[in-house]
Design a protein around this ligand. Structure first.
Ligand code: GP9
Length: 411
């Protein structure tokens, strides 16, 4: 019964992602370069401190890109590895631990594998120990042709945990241009990792009252990561990749700085529970299409689970036969985004669970008034959110995808 229920849920999800509109296959055969930026949050996009933009390069790129202003990270305890897993597999991470560490040998429908089968050269790039988060094993299982880890890079810019992002991007581009095209490249940055301790010589912002605080240092690290991103774009243009590559950039998770007073001081206003929850869970998403079309700010709710089916849509690869749970950003219809905590939004309502996880003790917000509303309005979507999380957990832990595929009619 359960197998049939799963199969029918995924059938419906697949149908709702499928739309043969003018973006479907519009970028067929393009290279895809995804950058997952460490601790890159949404609240400081477009903002300044001491008269300086924190992310000038991202802000500039936004003008010729699609920017999703209500994009959520959907991570749990597996942090960076969860962001990676959810984005590539379009499934939720687990309630405890990391899928990369716990179930690397189970079967998932993941973007690198799918693109490899479509003729893409696939590679992951991260200048840290390959064993961290069990990446070496997991990336093999995910179908990457190559994983460039710390041992493949010249340590010519030492910053924080490892190689600085500027050098990381420069060297990764060198690897990429040597690859056959089309390629799928997945890059994970590291310089903006906690505790954000950039040497003074690299700090460029005047963070005023935040100087030498964790929050001020975080802004400095993001400013550096943004400068590195600017150099990556320049490098792509120089190397002739800009006009045949989809660039997809997003943040992996929050910065672990939870004191509300920092955000109130930075934004210059008091923040509600809803504001604070959104700040801690929203990361930016930017998509630059090879022809620069469709640029603008998109405020539909979206999340990391949406990456694989959305990129597949642009490349003309239908995602309906795959066991994916995310939305297609390029299909019409309502969007529902579920966070690992059980929080969710459909763009109209926003639910924040309570620490005891009792539905009635959570808060249901109306996003139009941004005030609390009758908890009952959140009950049906809460049931749906709970079901999705449970279904995803069972699929991952029980390694159900091969079994479901066996019985499925070809779609
Ligand atoms: C290290 C990096 C850190 O390789 O991905 O991961 P995090 O601590 O942010 O999960």
């Amino acid at each position: 019964d359960e197998k049939e229920k799963f199969a029918s849920w995924f059938r419906q999800a697949g149908e709702s992602r499928t739309e043969n509109n003018d973006t479907f296959a519009a970028y067929q055969g393009s290279n895809v370069l995804v950058v997952q930026v460490e601790a890159f949050m949404n609240f400081m996009i477009g903002k300044e401190i001491g008269g300086q933009e924190i992310t000038p390069n991202f802000n500039k790129l936004m003008q010729e890109s699609l920017y999703y202003s209500n994009y959520y990270h959907q991570t749990g305890q597996g942090r960076t590895s969860d962001a990676d897993f959810s984005s590539q597999s379009s499934l939720h991470p687990l309630p405890t631990g990391s899928v990369f560490v716990r179930y690397p040998d189970h079967t998932y429908d993941v973007l690198p594998q799918i693109l490899k089968s479509a003729g893409y050269e696939t590679a992951a790039f991260h200048a840290y120990e390959g064993s961290f988060w069990n990446r070496t094993n997991m990336y093999k299982a995910m179908g990457y042709d190559r994983f460039y880890s710390k041992k493949d890079y010249q340590m010519d810019e030492s910053l924080g945990w490892s190689l600085g992002d500027k050098s990381f991007f420069r060297q990764s581009l060198e690897f990429m241009v040597a690859e056959p095209q089309p390629f799928y490249s997945f890059l994970i940055t590291l310089s903006s990792h906690h505790p954000y301790s950039l040497p003074a010589s690299i700090r460029e912002l005047d963070t005023g009252e935040f100087k030498d605080t964790l929050f001020g240092n975080y802004l400095e690290s993001i400013h550096y990561a943004d400068a590195a991103l600017g150099e990556l774009v320049e490098g792509m243009k120089r190397d002739g990749l800009w006009e045949n590559t989809i660039l997809y950039v997003y943040g992996d998770h929050d910065n672990s700085i939870t004191e509300q007073a920092n955000y109130e001081k930075f934004l210059g206003k008091p923040l509600s529970e809803l504001d604070m929850h959104q700040i801690m869970n929203q990361v930016p998403l930017l998509i630059h299409l090879p022809d620069g079309k469709a640029a603008g700010v998109y405020d539909q709710p979206a999340g990391q689970l949406d990456m694989a089916p959305s990129l597949m849509h642009l490349l003309g690869i239908p995602s309906d036969a795959y066991y994916m749970m995310g939305n297609n950003l390029f299909a019409s219809g309502d969007k529902f985004v579920v966070l690992r905590s059980g929080a969710f939004t459909d763009g109209k309502l926003y639910y924040i669970p309570s620490p005891d996880n009792l539905f009635e003790n959570g808060n249901c917000y109306d996003l139009t008034t941004r005030e609390k509303t009758d908890i009952e309005r959140c009950r049906i979507p809460h049931e749906e959110a709970k079901e999705r999380l449970q279904m995803s957990d069972k699929l991952i832990m029980g390694d159900f995808i091969p079994e479901l595929k066996e019985g499925a009619p070809s779609r």
